[in-house]
Design a protein around this ligand. Sequence first.
Ligand SMILES: Cc1cc2nc3c(=O)[nH]c(=O)nc-3n(C[C@H](O)[C@H](O)[C@H](O)COP(=O)(O)O)c2cc1C
Length: 356
Amino acid sequence: MSDGIIFSPFRLKGFTLKNRIGVAPMTRMSSPGDSIPRQDVLDFLIRRAKNGAAIVYTEAIVTDYESAQGYPGQARLVTQRQIEAWRRVVRAIQKEGSMAIMQMFHCGRMAWPDINPANRALAPSAITPKQINPMTKEPYPVPDIMTQFDIDHVIVGFVETARGAIEAGFDGIEIHGAHGYLINNFLSSYANERTDSYGGSVENRFRFAHEVIQAVKKVMPEDRLLTFRISNWGVADMEVSLFNSKDEYQEIIKLLAKEPIDAISVSTYRYKDNAFGTDQNMAQITREVTDLPLMICGQIYDRDSAEDALKHADIVLSAKSLLLNPDWVKDVRSKKQLPLYTSEEANIAYTDEPLP
Ligand SMILES: Cc1cc2nc3c(=O)[nH]c(=O)nc-3n(C[C@H](O)[C@H](O)[C@H](O)COP(=O)(O)O)c2cc1C
């Protein structure tokens, strides 16, 4: 097959993907006021479906109005107006034969209380990241240690946002368990020093993720897809390995694989880097303990890197390449030589300049 594995279809639950390429979730901070992204930001997602991506993820949608928002101008999906705005986007993506998946998140200790109406920062333990917040240029606030009430309340936010996504017609929902945000804070002993049933052992640290997944799954029709994103790195203190060893990470993946999820999305800084002092990359280490469909992301920027990444995963997600190059899917197909974009170049995502 001359088009290669990357342009071969893939069966993902009840969906048949036309290729193995997806647009990774990308926060755009374009939704001040009504928490609905700017029109050109929504149109960008539709255009990436038109240009050939088989999956289009939304930006990380904030799960509640109290403590979940970590960046200014993030989107929400709980009011009828927000639902109507997304419904149009979802339909247009589906019209292109692509899947629309809503990613949702709570920022946890990566908090900016001033932009949350309740002015709170919540996390499993009262520990801040070491680095300062690059946006406020100040240390992150010391979070309140979540009580059982907080935990139950935050889960309701995930459920309500999932209901919004179902109402808007999304094909799938992703629970963001990566990058040092709330769910990841519970999973990692770097942020979780609790001594109750949500801390200590891997099983206990996994409990919050389990409760979120179970609660969200209950409100999802059987035909929709549920994915979970995980990473061993966070956007603050980026050099820190959030899991202590390959064994610990694999324990978490094994627990995840017992949950009613349909795919795992592994986010890496660079997909091909070996992890945990082994000679295996994150996709290999994940694949070793689960047969669930696997998505991989991190510096997949041309045909060679995409094909190489697919040796140990089923789907490749790209953020910066699909952000900056509208023809990326076509260019990968034609094996064009392509650049590896930098984070500085990707900062255009946060300007009000419409992207091609
Ligand atoms: C502008 C921008 C916004 C991002 N926002 C999110 C987000 O909302 N949720 C998420 O899980 N990852 C987010 N990421 C991370 C990407 O999904 C991806 O994991 C990372 O950029 C590595 O992929 P790449 O090398 O293809 O850019 C963002 C990345 C960029 C560049």
